[in-house]
Design a protein around this ligand. Structure first.
Ligand code: PLP
Length: 415
């Protein structure tokens, strides 16, 4: 049954509310902890780049034409066949979905029971719950320098003190981690060890082992955020940090269907050691009771019917070609003396203009030529590298990437 809303029915002034006579006092200001948290300049840049015709290397967006809309439509239809999927449900998540996520994690080298998994409203919520469950105001949190901006915002909002740790082309520098441990006595370390956002860097096995051992020695929580690990186009997969000796009982592994299925689904998860689960569930109850029942049921129905691994293989073929198109043309587009990496997967290439270069100034020129990227500076918790920039290669097919790079070259030369 559904009824249309009547039109032309107004709600007149209430006779129950007394007229305001005295001058109104202003309401109290927002909480002070928000003052130190900057709004995301990346989101503002994305708004600028949303114009039609712009070739955007800016957002970390999956390609919409590669979404499996037919498969998802079928999965949502199956989910809606039961009235239970429109009802409130448990905080921990849909049992079928938890089991399917646990099986996927097991297949990737992280042995997981369904009870280890808490389904979250995007992996962004997993980060928020970890911050709520583990952080006291003033606690030090070690973060890669540079790192994912919305994670920095989330930890800052919890009142944490962000301590940037130096990284090189292979990610976290183990000596810098050890020095930061001794100096700051952090409560947790946040890392994106595989195809990192924003740099595309991957932490090699020896460094993963060293990180796990250091965490065990110093009594440290690790948050291992892995939204991109399944998007591998070359090279061999590495074990998750959470599976390595020393890290097993102190790592919260976080991931999502956003990059391999659809971000609009808002289905992510965390896998936490047993001792921490209760606190995380209470934090989630306070946040949203549970993640959308319908969306969870649809994700479970999708995984039961459709081979997600085959879909991911298709994404990897398409994104791998896009990465190659970007890498093939970047040298001709960027100023002489620029450098960049060659990630084996994910969505991002990290580039650096020659010393003294200013990526924000280049973005202004690039936008005038209908091409966009994100300057690297906002991703730094400490003093930024103004010459750095992030280029995402997933949103356009190779021919459009080539067009975008020609435009970028024109912007660099001032044509
Ligand atoms: C490193 C990292 N973590 C978490 C997220 C949040 O993803 P979602 O909330 O869509 O799962 C993103 C999104 O871009 C990301 O890059």
């Amino acid at each position: 049954m559904h009824a249309r809303r009547p039109t032309g029915v107004g709600y007149g002034p209430s006779v129950l509310e007394p007229a305001v006579t005295a001058p109104a006092a202003p309401p109290p200001p927002p909480a002070a902890r928000l003052a130190g948290v900057q709004s995301s300049p990346v989101r503002e840049i994305l708004a600028l780049t949303a114009r039609p015709g712009v070739v955007s290397f800016a957002g970390g967006l999956p390609a919409p034409e590669l979404f499996d809309r037919a498969g998802l439509a079928e999965a949502f239809a199956a989910a809606l066949a039961s009235p239970a999927t429109l009802q409130y449900s448990t905080t921990e998540g849909d049992p079928a979905l938890r089991a399917a996520i646990a099986a996927r994690l097991g297949g990737r080298g992280l042995s997981t029971a369904p009870d280890d998994v808490l389904v979250c409203t995007g992996s962004q919520q997993a980060l928020t719950l970890v911050a709520a469950a583990l952080l006291e105001p003033g606690d030090a949190v070690l973060v890669e320098e540079p790192s994912y901006l919305a994670a920095l915002q989330c930890f800052a909002l919890a009142g944490a003190r962000l301590v940037p740790v130096a990284c090189d082309d292979e990610g976290l520098d183990p000596d810098a981690v050890a020095a930061a441990m001794a100096r700051h006595r952090p409560r947790l370390l946040y890392t994106i060890p595989t195809f990192q956002n924003p740099t595309g860097r991957t932490l090699p096995l020896e460094r993963r082992r060293a990180l796990a051992a250091t965490a065990a020695r110093h009594g440290l929580w690790i948050v291992e955020d892995d939204p991109y690990g399944e998007l591998r186009y070359s090279g061999a997969p590495l074990p998750p940090v959470a599976a390595l000796p020393g890290a097993e009982d102190r790592t919260i592994a976080v991931s999502t269907f956003s990059k391999v299925l659809a971000p609009g689904l808002r289905i992510g998860w965390l896998r936490a050691p047993a001792g921490l689960r209760r606190a995380l569930v209470v934090a989630k109850q306070a946040a949203d009771l549970h993640t959308s029942t319908v969306d969870q049921a649809a994700a479970a129905a999708y995984l039961a019917r459709i081979d997600l691994d085959a879909h991911v293989a298709g994404l990897c073929a398409a994104y791998g070609a896009r990465r190659d198109a970007l890498l093939d043309g970047l040298g001709a587009a960027l100023p002489a003396g620029s450098t960049w990496n060659r990630p084996e997967g994910g969505m991002f290439v990290w580039a650096r203009l020659p010393d003294g270069g200013d990526a924000e100034r280049l973005l202004t020129a690039a936008l005038a030529h209908d091409v966009a990227f994100v300057p690297g500076a906002p991703f730094f918790a400490g003093p930024p590298d103004r010459a750095a920039l992030r280029l995402s290669f997933t949103a356009h097919p190779p021919a459009e990437i080539a067009t975008g790079l020609r435009r970028l070259g024109d912007a660099v030369r001032g044509d």
